[in-house]
Design a protein around this ligand. Structure first.
Ligand code: UDP
Length: 392
């Protein structure tokens, strides 16, 4: 390492824009670091595939959305690679092809801790550091329960997981108990602010005050059969208002806006004010993305999950349903039936809302930040013995 004694502790986050969740996890931790250690820590984010992988792996962010629209192909890829030996075999196959890129990454980003928030980054980077060029390495797992084998590389110094089930999986994959830290999924600070007045929020958003508001989301990309679900809710003539978020899916947004709705409906593209939307809504209908689910827990929203990616999102559904925080409704009619039940029996909706809130881990990003900076600090002090270290 060539850190100068005056330099600050430095953390480098390795992520990729395959889905929105990896980037937002890294951003949430970086934000928490700045709040916990103002101006004391330097951080950088590296899109591993985009910036360092050779063709065609650098196209991963473009390949991901169409791939997830082919659930069978996705499931096949997930399953064939999901095992300790299978993951190792895949990595050995790819290693000669990406070796130079990973070595360049390590040369160009000297730091006190590498933090990966993506499963496919771990093996190549840890492999490149074996026996040389050692930098402490942390993984922050961004799937809740069904966690792919590639998340758990025993050479990592520490692995942060969001649930006990993910920890169990890590142990099965050969990690030692002391390597695993059950903390939670890092969520942006603005989701963790104290609740605001709902009536006030609804007035500002121009949402109705006299009926329940159903919030319908399909991840950052407006994925899954969001349109069919919206149509089914519309046909059911529910005594509610519907807020639909099409995310970055412009074509979907345009179609929804052109629809002659017979109920109060608001259509949005990608919104920045998701925390307020969640606080102002009564029910969240969503695909089973881990970020959205954990944000909904913090807002205490009961969940209706209408689609999920095979593989990594299957466990999210189990978790929500087993904990009583929501319902799995893969058919639009099931979404409608659940809404009818919850609107007729508000106490059932309330019970799901409370179960959802009990799963919230709003402090996760801050706790992860402290763990990572402390680990980086140990390395920094070892490399710069004359320094006093961090002050909080
Ligand atoms: N999101 C947002 N605005 C939108 C749609 C989504 O800020 O209009 C955020 C959402 O709050 C969550 C993330 O995008 O933090 C989606 O992450 P998730 O893990 O749920 O699904 P992914 O898109 O990664 O599959």
């Amino acid at each position: 390492m060539n850190l100068q004694p005056t330099e600050r502790v430095r953390l480098v986050f390795l992520f990729s824009d395959t889905g929105g969740g990896h980037r937002s996890a890294a951003e949430a931790i970086i934000e928490a670091i700045e709040k916990e250690y103002p101006n004391q820590v330097s951080t950088a984010m590296v899109d591993f595939f985009r910036e360092y992988a050779p063709r065609p792996l650098d196209m991963a962010p473009e390949i991901y959305p169409p791939l997830t629209r082919l659930p069978d192909v996705w499931q096949f890829g997930y399953r064939v690679s999901d095992g300790r030996r299978r993951a190792r075999l895949m990595n050995e196959m790819f290693w000669p092809y990406i070796r130079r890129s990973v070595q360049r990454l390590l040369r160009e980003h000297p730091c006190d801790l590498l933090v990966s928030v993506h499963p496919l980054i771990n093996n190549p980077v840890l492999h490149a550091m074996t026996g040389q060029h050692y930098v402490p390495y942390a993984t922050v797992v961004t799937d809740l329960v069904s966690t792919h084998a590639a998340w758990f590389d025993a050479r990592a110094d520490l692995v942060v997981v969001p649930t006990g089930a993910a920890r169990q999986r890590g142990l099965q994959m050969g990690l030692r108990p002391e390597q695993l830290h059950v903390i939670g999924l890092p969520v942006a600070d603005r989701f963790t602010q104290p609740a605001k007045d709902v009536a006030e929020l609804r007035r500002r958003l121009d949402w109705p005050l006299d009926r329940p508001v159903l919030l319908l989301v399909g991840g950052g990309e407006g994925m899954g059969p969001l349109e069919q679900v919206a149509q089914a809710i519309h046909r059911a003539r529910l005594d509610a208002a519907l807020v639909i978020i099409a995310g970055r899916n412009q074509a979907l947004k345009a179609r929804l806006e052109a629809h002659p709705w017979q109920m109060p409906v608001k259509v949005y593209g990608f919104v920045r004010e998701m925390p307020d939307f969640m606080r102002a809504a009564d029910v969240l209908i969503t695909k089973a993305g881990p970020g959205t689910i954990c944000e909904a827990f913090i807002a205490g929203l009961p969940l209706i999950l209408y689609s999920r990616l095979p593989g990594q999102e299957e466990g999210n559904v189990r978790y929500v349903v087993e904990q009583g925080a929501g319902v799995w409704a893969p058919e639009s009619e099931q979404v409608v039936a659940t809404l009818q039940r919850w609107l007729r029996n508000p106490e059932q909706r309330q019970a799901a809302a409370e179960a959802s809130h009990s799963l919230a881990r709003p402090q996760a990003a801050r706790q992860i930040a402290r763990l990572l900076v402390e680990r980086a600090g140990v390395h920094h002090r070892a490399m710069n013995p004359d320094l006093d270290g961090l002050h909080r």
